[in-house]
Ligand binder design. Sequence first.
Ligand SMILES: [Zn+2]
Length: 253
Amino acid sequence: MRILGSALVAAAALVGSSLVAAAPATAAEESRYVARSEVIGTSHRGRPIKAYFRGDPKATHVLLVLGQMHGNERAGRKTASYLVRHRKPKAGTAMWVVPTMNPDGHRKGTRTNARGVDLNRNWPTSGWTRKGKGTRTWGGRARGSERETKAMMRFLKRVKPDYIASIHQPYGVIGKSSKDRAWHKRLATELGLKLKSLPVGPSDKVSPTLTGWYNRYYGKHGTATTIEYRAKPSTAWAGKKASRAIMTAARVR
Ligand SMILES: [Zn+2]
């Protein structure tokens, strides 16, 4: 709101100097729709990690949808694609869409990145472990070691979304949390999936996942949630249905 306030002051100054008698700007008139994209970083093999912005640049209510972290889980990309092509958040809100943060894994159809690291075990939290090299859940050589993780961390620190939907497969559940129960409940209702706890690692530690990291360090700004689609949702479900459901739950539509 501080940004909006200064913009109003600037607008008022402009009106004053140009001697135009204008009606006071309302919140609706201040709201503006922008569609753009940017590269937030690159993968180990140098492939771009893209983010698409839709909505009001001054929005104070922001949703982020991450379509894919594990390269062999492809349905969330359909949600991302549908959001980018067909959905507009309502006035005063905004949405970021990252179709994949693992373009190397996507290209090869592997869960891990090109270095064999499970990106959803690589986040710098107390629950991180170096054990498991060569397995499908190896957390990497060090906390936050991977380029893809670093790019996403930088991006999340900058954007600080109110809601993050991190899409996976194939369990057909939504990661349960005591944090913001209402949002989780809305997601479950809209998507028709059950809530289930999805902890990673020891229960007294913070999961080394995107959601574990964001909720631990940026929990004041928002809530990150893992959404596990079923193994083979239809294109219509993953596209039209899920995009609408997540936007509704996040209250950006
Ligand atoms: Zn996954």
